[in-house]
Design a protein around this ligand. Sequence first.
Ligand SMILES: N[C@@H](CCC(=O)N[C@@H](CS)C(=O)NCC(=O)O)C(=O)O
Length: 237
Amino acid sequence: MQVWRVLSMAIVLYELVGIEDRRFSSNSWRTRMALAHKGLDAEIRAIHFTDIGKLWGNRFKTVPVIEDGPVVLNESWKIALYLDDTYPQKPSLFGGAASRELTFFVQSWVDAVLTSGARNFLILDIHDHLTPPDQKYFRASREKRFGKTLEELSSDRERDVVAFRASLEPLRRTLSERLFLGGSAPAYADYVVFGTFQWARSISRFRLVEADDPIAKWFERCLDLHGGIGRKSPGYT
Ligand SMILES: N[C@@H](CCC(=O)N[C@@H](CS)C(=O)NCC(=O)O)C(=O)O
C-alpha cells in the first residue's frame, strides 16, 4: 500500500509566475510539455524569481525544478532525460538514441540564437509583468549582467527584429515541410522551441514572427497540444 502510494504520487514541477497568473518561464514550458507528452501526472507549483534561492536550501538558482518522490532535479535537459529513462513505458520524448543527440543541437541553437536573440525584445515586457519584489530583482540582475538599462536593451526592437526573423530561416524551412520538428507528431525538440515562443506570448504583444510565418502556424498547433495546456495559459494572442 505504501509502495503504491509513493509510485502514484504526481511529479511536482516548479515554474515561474508573474502578475495575472502569467507562466513565463521558457525552460519550464519545455518540462511542462514533456510531462504532458509522457502522460505523467504533474502538480504545477508557481513560484517567483525571489523564491528560488529560498527553496531547496539554496541548491538551485533556476527553474524548472522537479520533485519525483525523493528525486529532486533542475536543468530542463537533465529533466527530459530523466523522465524518458525513468518512464520508458510512456511515449518517448525523442524517439531514439540518435534523435536524442540531435535534439541537444536543437536546444543549443534555441539557447544561443532563438532565446538570446529574442531576449532584448522582451526584457522590458517581462519586467512589467512581474510582481514588485521580482521587478526589483530582475532589473538589478539584468542591468548588471548586460551593462545597460532594460529600456536601453529593448529600445531598437522594431529595427532588430528584421535580422532576428531572418536568423530563423532554418526553423522556418523545416516547419514549412512538416507539421512538427518531430515529423507528423511532436517531440521534445518541438517543446524546446515552443518554450521560447510561449515565453514571448505570456508577457508580450510583440510578435517574434509574422502571423503568416510557418513558424507562427506551427506555434498555433503546439498551443493546442495535450489538451491545449499552452493556449489555456494566460497570454497575448
Ligand atoms: N539551463 C537551464 C536554464 C534555466 C533558466 O535559466 N531558467 C530561468 C527561467 S526560464 C530562471 O529560473 N532564472 C532565474 C533567475 O534568472 O534568477 C535549463 O535548461 O533549465
